[in-house]
Write a protein that binds this ligand. Structure first.
Ligand SMILES: [Zn+2]
Length: 328
């Protein structure tokens, strides 16, 4: 087991899993799907190989690439980024010999993000990370053929970010959802859209997926899309009631019973989604979200959000400096 897996932020993570979701289609799962512990995957034929997303650190991206080459016996020719966040793109430089594909806004966001996240958490063993943005860009859809498989790259943003792309294999009914969907974890939309997330989820559902590789969490079926649609209805209702009562997103989130969503990972992300939902309420005039402020509110709700596995006693936790942590 690489030493790298021993430590994540302030917690401990297990070795990733390689899951064959269909013939020649693999998911690579970083457990337990918490902050920075993303999923990626790859699709290959006898002589062609496309990868979906990289990883947060150089070491993880190298381990992922080793797993790909051992499994497929091929070098990656194409790397698709589902969005710009560091856990999906920081390992891009390990795949710099492949053509990197992403949405036009993803390239902008990767360049804007730069190496910012590495300065925010020195505990992470980042390794040699070089900013490596997508080089082949598209706006709505792009078809990629890998042997007999068609991969449809479909822009579904804004949802988790403004540059979300899903990868759809119509023949095999497999969907790589990026961070537009997590399995059993709370969404993050403060830098994206709650309204757009509903549209994205409905578009994904209409494709008719049988198997979904979410951005974080275990491989799942389409029922998880329905779970998230219910969550966003809940967020929209809570935001409407809170705004009418003159309460801030944080005040509402502190009081709100989470019901069926209480068991999902990182329930404190509710306040991130409320910040965005408030701005998207009818008549709000498309308000601007203070993204660092929303993130700071999340850490007020649960100061241990970033190190939840070992720092469970809120009283002893030292307040982090959340001002620059606008996303993941
Ligand atoms: Zn992610």
């Amino acid at each position: 087991m690489p030493a790298e897996w021993d430590e994540f932020y302030r917690g401990v993570v297990a070795e990733p899993s390689l899951v064959e979701v269909d013939e020649g289609v693999f998911a690579y799962i970083h457990h337990d799907g918490s902050w920075g512990l993303n999923n990626s995957g790859f699709v290959f034929s006898s002589d062609q190989l496309a990868v979906v997303d990289s990883a947060l650190t150089e070491g993880r991206a190298r381990a992922f690439r080793d797993a790909i080459e051992t499994t497929a016996g091929l070098q990656p020719q194409l790397l698709i980024n589902t969005h710009h966040h560091s856990d999906h793109t920081f390992g891009n430089s390990v795949f710099a010999d492949a053509c990197i594909v992403g949405h036009r806004l993803c390239r902008d966001a990767v360049l804007r993000q730069g190496l910012g996240p590495t300065g925010q958490d020195p505990v992470v063993p980042w390794g040699d990370i070089r900013v490596t943005p997508p080089q082949l860009l598209f706006d709505r859809e792009l078809d990629v053929h890998v042997g007999d498989d068609l991969l449809q790259l479909i822009y579904v943003g804004p949802a988790h970010t403004d540059n979300d792309v899903v990868v759809w294999l119509p023949e095999k009914q497999v969907l790589f959802a990026g961070d537009v969907l997590f399995n059993h974890a709370t969404p993050i939309t403060h830098a994206g859209s709650t309204v757009g997330s509903v549209a994205a989820l409905e578009a994904m559902k209409a494709l008719g997926p049988r198997t979904i590789v979410p951005g974080h969490g275990a491989v799942c079926g389409p029922d998880v899309i329905d779970d998230w649609l219910r969550y966003f209805r809940f967020v929209s209702d809570v935001a409407a009631r809170g705004a009418e009562a003159g309460l801030s997103p944080l005040e509402v989130a502190r009081e709100q019973d989470l019901g069926e969503f209480a068991g999902w990972q990182h329930p404190e992300r509710l306040v991130l989604n409320l910040h965005r939902a408030y701005a998207e309420l009818p008549g709000s005039g498309g308000g601007v979200v203070d993204e660092p402020g929303a993130f700071a509110d999340m850490l007020r709700l649960n100061p241990s959000s970033y190190g939840h596995r070992i720092i469970e006693d809120r009283e002893r936790y030292v307040e982090p400096q959340p001002s620059q942590r606008a996303g993941d």
